[in-house]
Design a protein around this ligand. Sequence first.
Ligand code: FAD
Ligand code: DLZ
Ligand code: SF4
Length: 511
Amino acid sequence: MPALRLILGDQLSTQLASLRDADPKADTILMCEVREEATYVRHHKKKIALLFSAMRHFAKALRAQGFTVRYVPLTDPDNTHSFEGEVKRALQANAYDRLVLTHPGEVRVLQMMQAWREALEIDVEIREDDRFLCPLNDFAQWAEGRKELRMEFFYREMRKRHDILMDSGKPVGGKWNYDQDNRKPPKDGLTIPPPTRFEPDEITQEVLSLVADEFGDHFGTLEPFAYAVTAEQAQTVLSEFIEHRLPKFGDFQDAMISGEPWMFHAHISFYLNCGLLSPDTCIADAIKAYERGHAPLNAVEGFVRQILGWREFVRGLYWLKMPDYAQQNALGADRPLPWFYWDGKTEMNCLRQCIHETRDHAYAHHIQRLMVLGNFALLAGLDPREVNEWYLIVYADAYEWVELPNVTGMVLYADGGVLASKPYAAGGSYINKMSDYCQDCRYDVKEKTGKTACPFNYLYWDFLARHQETLGNNPRLGMVYRTWERFDADHKQAVRASAQAFFQRLEASEV
Ligand code: FAD
Ligand code: DLZ
Ligand code: SF4
């Protein structure tokens, strides 16, 4: 008897576990555009367009390989607009003896799938998603008995296990991590290569009209749309990154320049996360560039660490800690997300720049997400649920398995230190050092308190003072708290009063 194989929008890989033994003569591949997935959070328009176009191209490629694909477009009048409804309809249309699935990227969807055996009365097989390099059981074993889970140690294990950048059991170059070389501020006259762009073909154009009609009120700018939508195009993005950007990726990894959202980053997370690219290809291509002397070790090791280390680590953490992880709020943060996260209307230039770029491209690079948008959310005590929802909506690479640990763990310290040994909190001087944003800001980054001072400056100290009971014993914050204690009473009072006045203006939408 034939099998029904459901492929989700972020599983667009011909190597997918559930496709591996598919019989083109007997089996049916089910793919469906469903409103429930586009609206359970109201995703950025570009994200929906990327996935629908990539799904349609993937279905076309599977058909060209001889597979029978039951593709349900959003406009199908019988579309039930949920995964379960569409599986049910497919099962009613034909006889199948089993439903073959690949482990999804969200607990919400896994729970749905686990209920199908009973609800739909069919044999359900959920296969491990082996596009990832660390099986979930291996991660659980690594994590067992550890009080704190630190990426750096996990990463070293992964380097050894996969024999990546290793030399007779030792890390190539003698060090595991070259991050210290990767913090160069932006400099004048830096030539940043333009991002790889693709003209929308007929399929993409049709999707763009559909998204404009159906999801026109979602956040974000839909056009111009220039993302890759096939595996071949995604490979071009990777190759051009390796050729033109990788050599400087390390040096300027943390740098931010107004009007330059793409910098020397790879712009591959959209494709890695929906299946158009595989992590092992990205790593292998970067290592080849190192071996032929095209890119230095600090760049290649830094890039490998993001994919082999951080990406696998946050996924392992997500599946280890969910569903409780989504409820974490160790610092008791409860301030609502300010409206300017949606419209960018704030006089804080760094936030304005990053929000506008997010709106236009459904992209911001890591330091913008962490040290500008995230730093503000941390210091202002924004509600983790609202912050998580924002990040899940606005970025085209966002799926809960990767978004949630980055926000709850890395940005907000809401997990109480499971992911990070201390909060990534910083004042305005960090943003000033790593960007040109402060030059065009109405606030003065050198001023510490008062109405014209950079809000990050006093919010930083106010945050530490507010959480002294929880964070005061953290050894990594010892020096910072000693500095706070050395401030005279007047200065401390000015910091706290500036923060209070700022929060009042924030509540009145006056920042
Ligand atoms: P590059 O800087 O060129 O890095 C290469 C690749 O490394 C990325 O494509 C990505 O796959 C991987 N990577 C790098 N850092 C991380 C990380 N911290 N976690 C996981 N993978 C990483 N990444 C997502 O893919 N989806 C998200 O929803 C997401 N949300 C984030 C939210 C916050 C608050 C923060 C601080 C980071 C988030 N990241 C997320 C991680 C990172 O910002 C993006 O992966 C990166 O900006 C994507 O752009 P790029 O492909 O140009 O990455
Ligand atoms: C994000 C998304 C969107 C917007 N739409 C669809 C869709 O219509 N059909 C589909 O199969 N997948 C979609 N996705 C991706 C899913 O939300 C994703 O597969 C789950 O969140 C599990 O990671
Ligand atoms: Fe941001 Fe402060 Fe610099 Fe303005 S002065 S851009 S608010 S860091």
